[in-house]
Write a new protein. Sequence first.
Length: 458
Amino acid sequence: MICMINSCFCMINSCFGIEKAADNWYNINVCNFVGICRLMKEDEKMNKARESAMLLSSLSVYRGVLSRTVFGAYYDLLTALDEPVHGFLEKWGSFVSVLYTRGYSESLAYCLSKAAFYDENAFSLAAAAGKADTLGEHIVEAVKRDIRAINFAGKVTPEDVISGYRYKDELGEAARLLPSWGTGQSVAELSDENSAFERLSSYYRKNGCGMYARYRAFIWRDRRIEPVVFPDEIQLSSLRRYEVQRAQVIENTTAFLSGVSCNNVLLYGDRGTGKSSTVKAILNRYYTEGLRMVEMPKDRLSEFPLLVERIADIPLKFIIFIDDLSFGDEDRSYAQLKAVLEGGLAVRPDNTLIYATSNRRHLIKENFSDREGDDMHRNDTMQETLSLSDRFGLSVNFSKPDKQAYIDIVLGLADELHIDYDREKLVSEAETWAISRGGRSPRCARQFISSVLVRLNN
C-alpha cells in the first residue's frame, strides 16, 4: 500500500510540481486512496485467519487467554501462516491435538469464548467486586473490542487457515488430508456482542471470576489455593437421619450467605456419622449462591493469615474446611487455631468462616497425668487445652445411631436406589455387616448397600 501511495504522489509531483502537490492531493487522488483501502479490506475478508492473528495479537484486557492451552496453540497456528511448510503443519497438528483432547472438536468458538469467560483480568475483577460501572471508557471499549476479536477468531474454519497460508500451493494433497474442526457457537454470555459487557458484568458479580467462577471447591497446598477439579458431588437429599444437626449447620450457612451474624462450626462425634459429608453437601447446595470452600490441612494452620489474605477481597463467601481435627498432647499447633478463632491479630474477614470436623468433643488429647504431677498451675493448663472447642460458636454432635436408626438408614438408601431385595433379609444382613465392621453408622449403611448392589449386578 505504501508503494502505491508513493507512486500516486510522484505522479502528482510531475503534473503539478512539488509546491502544488500537497494542495491538490486530496482533490485528485482521494478516489484512488479510498479504492486502495477498499481493496485491502476485501483482501482481509478473504483471509480471516490472518485478520484473526492480528486481532488476537493486540488483545489487551483479555490477553491472559493466550496462555490457555487450546487458545495458545490456536494462536501459534495463526501466527505460523508465513512459516515453512514443516513448521506450519507442526503447529496445525499441535492445535488440533489439544482441541480434540479437551473435547472441542466441533466447537472452536465455544472453547475460545469459554477461556475468555473464565479469565481473571481488570474487568472481571472489577465486575466481581460490583465496580464495573466505575471503569473508564477506554477499558470498557477495550473489553468490547477483545470480545469481538475472540468471537471473530472462533469463526475461523480450517479452509480459512489454508487460504491464508502463504505457501498453500506447496501443501499439495496434504491440505485436503489435514485434520479438521467445527466452529460451533460462543458461550451465551459472549454470543451477543451488543450485550456481552452487561451480561458478563452480571455474571462476574454473582459468581466471581477466574478459577472461583469455574470451580467451587479448593485446597490449600504449597502456600497457594488450588482448585479441586472433581469434587465430591454428594447432595443433602442423599444423607439420612441427623436432620436436626444438619438443620443447625444449614441455618448458620444461610445466615453467612445473607451477611448476618453467624458462627464458626465444629461438627464432632462418632466416625462415619456424616460430618464431612454434611459440609460437602452444603457446598453443593449453596455454591450457586456464592459459596466456595477451601480445605486446609491442620498442619498448615500457621498459614491461615496468608490464605485469608488471598480471598479477603473476593466478593464470594468462603468456608475454610478443616477435616478430622484433633491434636496430640505434645502438639502445640492448636495455639495457632485458637488465635485464628479468637484473639489473634490475623482476624477472620467477613467473607470467611471455619467449619471443622472431629471425632472428639475436646480437640486436644487429655491424659490423667495432665490432672496430676507437680504443675503448680495444672488447672490453667487443662483449661487451655480443653477450651479450644469452646471457641467455635456452634458445636454440633453427630453420635452413633441406635439399631432402629441404622435400619432406617439402610432401608431409606435401598428405597432411594430402587433395590429389589427381601426386606427381612436386608435387615439381617445389614446387622451382620455392622457387627463385622465395629459398629453402626451411616457410612457403614452406605457401604453395605453398595455391597448389595455389587451382588445384584453380578
